[in-house]
Design a protein. Structure first.
Lengths: 736, 153
């Protein structure tokens, strides 16, 4: 709800707010400019009477003396019936330059307050200020939510360049934007007299002495007022004995007799006036030039926020492949619920939706997190397309689905069909979809089709399922899905190091240059994603549509993209990678894998890997600038053949990035696998774990299994199990 | 006695045109190009010493700025009363006001004054003073700061 508010207000008000913000920033410079160009008052105790006397020497027919909040003193006079206005130097009373209220500033003010359109424009700008206030407040809530709570609001921002800029600028500008919009609303209400205003001068004195001719320097009332408090002094009309001096100061207003020089009547400035003036000061910075600059700087963030916000909105709309237009949930006879992590499942949902609509169904599609069975009054079937995330966890758009399901008293009347999306290479294949099926069975929810799965986004699997679905629905259903390719960049090979040829395990460390994208592309989220060690590089080999994923051994900070590749005898991708020469290019994209990374604290880390699994582990070590204790247990075949990263590992040890390194070689006399060196070091490992250490394992499935068993044995005497550590997030695996 | 009668005549003239011996006067005023925001104007009648008698027309939308009509607001307290009102007048623009003036006010020493004020510029009380005599009708009278000329007919 807050997000929708923020999005729609932002979109609607962008143009107005840009005008408002930019003109406001320009105006914020005016107080500083005024301060710099006005002659300064050096005598702090100069009185108004004395100043008036000095000015009267140069301008005998002086009419009004005004002092602006910046301290600038202007005198209005007539000379031979010609009106004149000058800026005076208070030290001499002489005019320094002709005074004219700059037409540019006047135009800017008019634009800022009313879009040059009079009262209608003022109302529009007032509405825009209110919109800005709402945007700022909703934005603050959104940042807190994104960062994971108000206490974490200042943690580092993540995401694309636009996301990060938006969050960082928002954090810097929020105070200024809040103040500017709140004070603006108060001032607009004042202009339209909704807030009370001062509408009349002090009441005119009943009796005036009728004398004339006393010099201002001799007037007692004027001698008591220092110039620093002066706002304006209006002289009496010439030859009019009933007229008086009108004196306005910071504390109020009054009238001074021109003959006797005493204060005839005085009106103190009311609290309302003082509050209004303070708010005016806060908004304009007039009289507080430094605050004006600060506020202007903060408001300068508004255009940045507008532009990045717009880009984020466009990108989010494009990220979800556009679904065909469905019908509202209440009217649909088929409900499609989608649980997607990276967005690819939505593509399948779109294909399914088109196919069903073509056969005359009324279809409504929604993320699984918006499961609302009470709305599905006409639904005959509910189809759930569920991807699995990580180790059987629900994907991003399915949060809370199982809970909602469990909370239902009776199963929905519509029939259920679950289709799981996953990758058979992972042990927990479609585990989440299976969980859904199990839960549904427990609730006696009638199914339309038994659980089916789609492996590695295969269009054939999907089309096969589509046929079965069509039979169940009583008509033909052809689903021809065309997968959406992720945006790839060209990566140029910079260096390669080959290992393991002697031991029949040809392995290469390939280093690619970071692709550079233009600023516009980076803002639009089409740049190369930020990545760190542990994330995945998706490479699309020639002759195939399906991407192969490799764990990254470096991060953006390191300045290159590095992976470890082992050549498989029948591997299409690994074969092509192995044949790369320096300067060749491949097509690749980044897939974040935040689940496999050391936790952000100072606790020790135990890295366990074998063969190419050392890649991300080396990346973690390389990035260990904080020098937290990291121990590496690395399984290879022969130290002289496939000891990947041998040199760097030595260097990292001397730099303190790795505290301990143990190598297990399987082709030496003493046959060691990783689990053996672990067991031998069991006491140390257990000690580290008791100190809160985290374990990261990367490598083949067989190795991972052996490591798990070894750890089980090591921890058993201490009353811990790997399963417990897993639950705490202290035992992470990247296994293939 | 004469004063009371005259005041009565004026107020009646303003409220019930035609009830008293009066004539319709058209005031055409042109402002100088003073280069600023729209000018607020207060057109009013005073006696020969500047004592306030009645208001003819006030131009300007926001009454909180009427305090800048220094002479006029002292007498009226900012209260426009039954006088006609209109919009502020831009720099260099012309404005026209038609009002009913009692004959007793003409050639009796009364004056028509205009107080003017512009945002961020000086206040100009009594920017123009026009003695209400028959020979002043049909001739242009010039003002000091904001008002270039006023034509009474």
């Amino acid at each position: 709800m807050i997000r929708a508010l923020h999005k729609y207000f932002g979109l609607v008000a962008t143009v107005l707010l840009l005008v408002l913000a930019l003109s406001g920033v320009a105006l914020s410079l005016v107080p500083t400019w005024d301060k710099l160009t006005s002659p300064t008052l050096n005598e702090s105790e100069l009185t108004v009477g004395e100043l008036a006397a000095r000015i009267a020497v140069h301008y005998p027919e002086v009419e009004q003396i005004r002092r602006a909040p910046s301290g600038q003193i202007t005198a209005y006079y007539y000379a031979n019936d010609q009106p004149g206005a000058v800026v005076v130097d208070p030290a001499t009373g002489a005019g320094v330059s002709d005074y004219e209220f700059s037409p540019i500033v006047r135009w800017l003010k008019d634009l800022h307050r009313s879009l040059l359109l009079g009262d209608g424009g003022r109302m529009a700008m007032g509405a825009a200020a209110a919109g800005l206030l709402l945007l700022t407040i909703s934005g603050a809530f959104l940042i807190a939510r994104r960062m994971g709570g108000w206490r974490k609001v200042f943690s580092p921002a993540r995401g694309t360049l636009s996301n990060r800029l938006h969050v960082k600028t928002g954090r810097l500008s929020i105070i200024g934007l809040l103040l500017a919009s709140l004070t603006a609303i108060y001032l607009v209400l004042g202009t339209f007299e909704i807030m009370p205003q001062k509408t009349a001068r002090a009441p005119f004195p009943a009796a005036v002495s009728g004398e004339m001719g006393l010099a201002p320097a001799d007037m007692q009332a004027l001698a008591e007022v220092p110039v620093r408090e002066l706002r304006s002094l209006i002289f009496p009309y010439a030859d009019d004995p009933t007229d008086v001096f009108t004196l306005t100061t910071d504390s109020g207003e009054g009238y001074v007799d021109q003959g006797t020089g005493i204060m005839l009547a005085w009106d103190n400035a009311s609290t309302l006036q003082q509050v209004t003036e303070f708010i005016y000061l806060l908004h304009t910075g007039e009289g507080a030039w430094f605050w004006g600059l600060v506020l202007g700087l903060m408001v300068l963030g508004a255009p940045v926020l507008a532009v990045t916000g717009l880009i984020m909105w466009v990108k989010a709309r494009r990220a979800r492949p556009s679904l065909p237009k469905g019908v509202p949930a209440q009217k649909a006879d088929t409900i499609i619920l989608v649980g997607s992590e990276s967005g690819s499942t939505w593509g399948f949902a779109g294909t399914l939706m088109s196919g069903l609509i073509a056969k005359g169904h009324g279809v409504h599609a929604a993320p699984m997190s918006r499961f609302a069975p009470e709305k599905y009054s006409h639904a005959k079937q509910i189809i759930v397309l569920a991807a699995t995330y990580g180790n059987g966890e629900p994907p991003a758009s399915a949060k809370g689905f199982l809970d909602k399901l469990a909370a239902l008293e009776t199963a929905p009347t519509a029939k259920l069909a679950v289709l799981g999306f996953g990758d058979r290479q992972f042990p927990e294949y479609c585990a989440y979809a299976k969980d859904i099926e199990t839960q549904a069975a427990e609730m006696n929810w009638k199914t339309l089709l038994p659980l089916d799965t789609v492996d590695q986004q295969s269009p054939q699997d999907f089309s096969r399922w589509g046929k079965a679905l069509g039979e169940a629905l009583g008509h033909e259903l052809e689903l021809a899905h065309v997968p959406v390719q992720p945006r790839t960049h060209g990566l140029k090979l910079v260096s390669r190091r080959d290992y393991g040829l002697e031991v029949q395990s040809p392995t290469s460390i390939l280093r690619f240059a970071l692709p550079r994208a233009s600023l516009l592309n980076r803002l639009r989220g089409r740049g190369w994603k930020r990545f760190k060690a542990g994330d995945l590089l998706g490479i699309i080999p020639e002759g195939s549509n399906i991407a192969r994923l490799y764990s990254l051994a470096s991060g953006t900070q390191d300045g290159f993209v590095e992976i470890c590749v082992r050549k498989h005898s029948h591997g299409l991708c690994s074969g092509q990678l192995f044949d790369l020469a320096i300067g060749d290019e491949i097509s690749a994209f980044i897939r974040p894998n935040p689940a496999f990374a050391p936790a952000k604290n100072r606790k020790p880390v135990i890295l366990i890997g074998a063969g190419t699994g050392v890649g991300p582990l080396a990346g973690f070590a390389r990035a260990n600038h904080k020098k937290r204790p990291m121990q590496l247990y690395f399984g290879i075949r022969h130290p002289e053949s496939d000891y990947l990263y041998e040199d760097e590992i030595g260097q990292w040890q001397s730099e303190g990035k790795l505290s301990k390194v143990s190598i297990a070689a399987s082709r030496l006399k003493q046959v060691d696998y990783v689990q053996h060196i672990l067991q031998r070091d069991g006491a140390n490992v257990a000690e580290q774990i008791k100190n809160g250490a985290q374990i990261l394992v990367c490598g083949g499935r067989g190795m991972a299994g052996g490591v798990a068993e070894a750890l089980h044995e090591i921890l058993a005497p201490h009353g811990l199990t790997p399963a417990e550590l897993k639950a705490q997030g202290r035992y992470l695996e990247d296994v293939y | 006695m004469k004063n009371i009668l005259t005041t009565l005549a004026l107020t009646t003239a303003l409220v019930m045109p035609g009830a008293v011996m009066a004539r319709d006067i058209t005031l055409t005023g042109t402002l100088k190009t003073y280069g600023g925001q729209g000018a607020y104007l207060a057109v009013y009648v005073t006696n020969a010493n500047g004592g306030y008698v009645g208001t003819v027309w006030v131009g300007g939308g926001k009454s909180k700025y009427f305090q800048h009509f220094t002479h006029w607001s002292r007498a009226t307290g900012g209260n426009v009363g039954n006088a006609m009102t209109g919009a502020s007048v831009g720099s260099g623009r012309t404005f026209q006001v038609t009002f009913n003036l009692a004959d007793t006010l003409i050639d009796a020493g009364y004056q028509l004054r205009i107080d003017a004020a512009v945002e961020n510029m000086r206040d100009a009380p009594s920017d123009i003073v026009i003695p209400l005599t028959s020979d002043n009708f049909g001739t242009a009278n010039s003002g000091r700061r904001y008002v270039r000329s006023v034509f009474l007919q």
